[in-house]
Each structure stands twice: as C-alpha cells, then as structure tokens.
Design a protein around this ligand. Sequence first.
Ligand SMILES: O=C(COP(=O)(O)O)[C@@H](O)[C@H](O)[C@H](O)COP(=O)(O)O
Length: 354
Amino acid sequence: MPLVSMRQLLDHAAENGYGLPAFNVNNLEQIQAIMEAAAETNSPVIMQGSAGARKYAGEPYLRHLIEAAIETHPDIPIVMHQDHGASPAICIQSMRSGFSSVMMDGSLQEDAKTPASFEYNARVSKHVVDIAHAIGVSVEGELGCLGSLETGMGEKEDGHGAEGALSHDQLLTDPNEAAEFVKATGVDALAIAIGTSHGAYKFTRPPTGAVLRIDRIKEIHARIPNTHLVMHGSSSVPQDWLKIINQYGGTMGETYGVPVEEIVEGIKHGVRKINIDTDLRMASTGAIRKYLAENTKDFDPRKYFAAARKAMKEICVARYTAFGCAGQASKIKPMSLERMAERYKKGELNAIVK
Ligand SMILES: O=C(COP(=O)(O)O)[C@@H](O)[C@H](O)[C@H](O)COP(=O)(O)O
C-alpha cells in the first residue's frame, strides 16, 4: 500500500469514530516498533519527523527509513508527516522530498519561540495550504500556544516552544478564533491548546479538568466539525516506566501525563490525531537501562536496542487498541495524492465552519 495523505486517514477515523496516534520517529528501532505493532493490530500509521528528529537523523535518513516501512508492510496505509514546520520554506522542502502531510506551526514566529499574531499565523498557514493542496498533501495548523495551565508557563523544550509566562488566553484555544482560522486557511487538521505540553513534565499531579481542558475540545469541534483536532503533547508518561528508569539509575522527578481515558474522551468529540513521543522515549530508556544493568557483560547494541524495540512496541499496541485504530488498516482503500489534489480542487474537502 503506498504512502497516503493524512487527510484520507483522519477522514476515515472521523467516519468510523476512532483516533490515530502519531508517533515521532528518529531511528530504525522506533520505526520497527511502530510497524510491528501496526501489523499485529491491523492499524493505519502516522509517523512524524520533528525539527529535532530532522536535526538528529537528517531528513534523508528519516525519509528512507519510513520508505523502508512502506516497502516492508505493503498492506498498511502510512502517512509521512512533518511535525512543527516553523516556516513555509520548511514545509515546502518537506513536500518536495516526499512527505504526504506537513504541519505549518504559525502559532509561533519563525524562531519557534515567540508567540505569533493571529494574522501572521493565518497568512503563513494559508500560504502552505495553497501549495500543499495543489499536490494532494495535507496540512495541520496550530492555534494557541502549548503550555501548562498549572504554572502558566510555555513549554520550551529542545529549542521549540514558547518561552516564559503566557496568558490564560494564549494557553487555551478560543473556539471563535478556531472557526475564523479554519475559514481563513482551510487547514485539514488543527492542533489546539488545552493544557497539554511536550515532554515528560506536563503535570505535577494526576490532571483534573481545571488543567486539562477536555471540555474545550467539544466547544471547538462544534464550530469546525470536519477539521480534525490534534492533541499535541499527549504522552501519558507511563508510571511503570518512570519507576524502572529510576530503579536502574535514572533520576527523573515525579510527573504525570495525559491519561489515556481522557484522550479517549477527546476522540469522542473530534480529536483524530494524538501526538506521542515521550512515552516511546521513556519505554526505550527504561528498557535499555534495565537490560544493561542486568547484563553487564554484554556489549552488542543489538541486544539492548531489541529490548527497547520490544518495550516501545508494547506501548504502540496499547495506544492503537485504546484509540480504536486496531482492525482499521485493511478497511482503507488508499487514494493517491493526485486524486486528493483533484478532490481539493473540486471543493469536496472544503471546511465546514459554524
Ligand atoms: O507533541 C509531541 C510529542 O508529545 P509528547 O512529548 O510525547 O507528549 C510532538 O509533536 C513534539 O513535536 C515532539 O515530541 C518534539 O520532538 P523533538 O523536537 O524533541 O524531536
């Protein structure tokens, strides 16, 4: 099965009431873990490369690893998505190199740190949509700045994200603005700010509705019913892996993520794409720490990478199952990007704004 557009998968998810985890990828073992889990559960796949991943692995390595997944698993629809493009130029470069979906993150200025105005965000996002849709590529936008409703701080991590204190309004996507943004841009998917943040340190205690505003999802979805909502920063920060990391020499502090049952609630109200990176990082780190501590004579990296791959696969299977993707891959008839471009041109995929 060829590479497919993200819009095709998210439309299928909306029609059938499920959500798709979008796993960040940086190396071979992560990609194999995701694909083994998808094959075992018959799930469609979104793999995404962040700015950090592009810096770490280099875009050609990422692309060829994902292409290897497509070749190895011809029966699974796969989206190659570029996560957090800080400028139209980055998105255009990704499209040129074969990504079937891009995120234009105009919520921040091109430095990926300074919150941008609504006008700037709408202008750069619309620019990317015009180019992407002409070739059948899907576009995710972002409105609102990710950060903590507990502390009021932005979530700068690894060079990406707003720095310093943010107002409550900036940390929470406004449904009226979301409607205006989608009308002005025509993005296929919209990342919203509801109190989640990237990385492991999201909440100092299990989150309540005051700091994780799932209720806001319902209000936004009611205004833009066919624009697919995206939850960034949605790792659940598995407590069992946190314990293993610390048991084997790690010093991670007490922290909590987004509970899977809250994500499932979001899926009932229009969330279709759920970004997950930290959970696989934690499973991988915990498994490697444990393996090396228990096998002190081993020096073959394939042994501890295999342990990491197995741990990551278990998380992927759990998320595919919980989000309702399991069993869906074989029901999807892939559409070429050319066909998607025709559909955009005919207006078949126009946004509904209420
Ligand atoms: O939402 C995301 C991950 O959420 P998470 O931390 O797993 O809760 C991704 O979109 C981030 O972009 C990604 O984790 C950032 O990765 P790097 O830039 O550090 O590679």
